[in-house]
Design a protein around this ligand. Structure first.
Ligand code: PMP
Length: 380
């Protein structure tokens, strides 16, 4: 059976990237690797839209989140954590583990960050050392207004640390233009690579805040990473093969043009949402907050999302993601980021229609696909 991986990470890998990763191994202290490292950092800066230093870590995205917190937040520091779901909660938890006094604002799973509340919080407390925010809350399919949050932290002492794991390279993100201090992302989402690398940028404000940092740290030490970057490249043995793939993936993004990549994700997300709605299903978040990389669909009393996912997987080879934590069994999520194009959406919606029919949900076959096609062809 042909398999279609349609979850919000790990995502499918382009053949150019797979091929690049099969190159013979090279030493990580060789001149060839040093040059490769320099090239991929320069290309990453274009995708991050930053002049800040970017560090490439051999670990998953959560390691990047931990590196940000470990180097900025001292025990006892006050931290404002803006949570809109599972990954916002994780960020707050990491800060707690590092001894921060975490002021967590839970906007609710399915909702976006309310800027007015953030403004009020920052006005009330000039002492926050950091603000933690999630750009794209993968667990709920909600995007947050990072430009808006950054406009509020710019004149505040707080360092803005953003989890852009499931958005960077798929949704607009302007690190320097918006003034985001620390940006974290991972390899296995819109960047079209297997899991295993994380990328992190630090602004001048963040680097200064990190200078006062006293946490014990080793693998995640920013001073060690900075020293290695100045002298060579990465502090410890990097996942060399993933670096080969990284350059191929970044070349694909830059050849298409970052703006075009962002536009493609926008169009496909809209086609997906409209296709879903045309079947009578309801989006989980309010549409104005809907992500361009993952579409979360609400369950209702006419169908069970878990039964639907099982039919999709077994009968059609299509894997969608379920809900996480309290949303388990209540929603399903369609990933559409990275190596994704128009016909992938037709596959997703087409399979969805057939599986829905099979589990007894009232559906007119073709209604969702027709709508998605209209969006894709610009007929609507
Ligand atoms: N943040 C977000 C928004 C994510 O989607 C994920 C992965 N699903 C993570 C953080 C954690 O990344 P990883 O699983 O690579 O540690």
């Amino acid at each position: 059976q042909k398999k279609y991986l349609m979850i919000p990470g790990p995502t499918p890998i382009p053949p150019e990237v797979t091929l690049a990763m099969s190159r013979p191994m090279i030493g990580h202290r060789s001149g060839d690797f040093a040059k490769l490292h320099e090239r991929v950092v320069a290309k990453l800066k274009q995708v991050f839209k930053t002049q800040n230093d970017i560090f490439i870590l051999t670990n998953s995205g959560t390691g990047g989140m931990e590196m940000a917190v470990a180097n900025i937040v001292n025990p006892g520091d006050e931290v404002l954590a803006l949570s809109t779901g599972n990954f916002g909660e994780r960020f707050a938890k990491i800060a707690k583990e590092y001894g921060a006094k975490v002021d967590m604002v839970d906007f609710g799973w399915g909702n976006a960050v309310d800027l007015a509340l953030v403004e009020e919080k920052l006005k009330q407390n000039p002492n926050y050392k950091a603000v933690l925010a999630t750009h794209n809350e993968t667990s709920t399919g909600v995007k947050n207004d990072i430009a808006g949050i950054a406009a509020l932290t710019r004149n505040h002492r707080a360092v803005l640390i953003v989890d852009a794991v499931s958005s960077l390279g798929g949704m607009e993100f302007d690190t320097d233009g918006w003034g985001v201090d620390v940006v974290v992302t991972g390899s296995q989402k819109a960047l079209m690579l297997p899991p295993g690398l994380a990328f992190i940028s630090f602004s001048q404000k963040a680097l200064e805040a990190a200078q006062e940092n006293k946490n014990p740290k080793f693998y995640f030490s920013l001073p060690a990473a900075k020293k290695a970057l100045a002298e060579w490249n990465t502090a410890y043995t990097p996942a060399v093969s993933l670096f080969f793939g990284l350059e191929a993936a970044l070349d694909l993004i830059l050849e298409e043009g970052l703006d075009n990549v962002i536009k493609r994700h926008k169009l496909l997300a809209r086609a997906c949402r409209e296709g879903v709605k045309a079947l009578g299903l309801k989006l989980f978040p309010a549409e104005e907050n809907a992500s361009d990389t993952v579409t979360a669909v609400a369950g209702d009393d006419r169908y069970d999302p878990e039964q639907l996912r099982k039919v999709l997987r077994t009968k059609y080879g299509v894997t969608f993601a379920g809900g996480q934590k309290d949303l388990k069994g209540k929603i399903f999520r369609i990933g559409h980021m990275g190596y994704v194009d128009k016909l992938d959406i037709i596959v997703a919606i087409g399979a969805l229609e057939m599986a829905l029919k099979e589990i007894g949900y009232p559906v007119e076959l073709g209604a969702g696909v027709k709508k998605a096609m209209e969006i894709i062809t610009g007929g609507e």
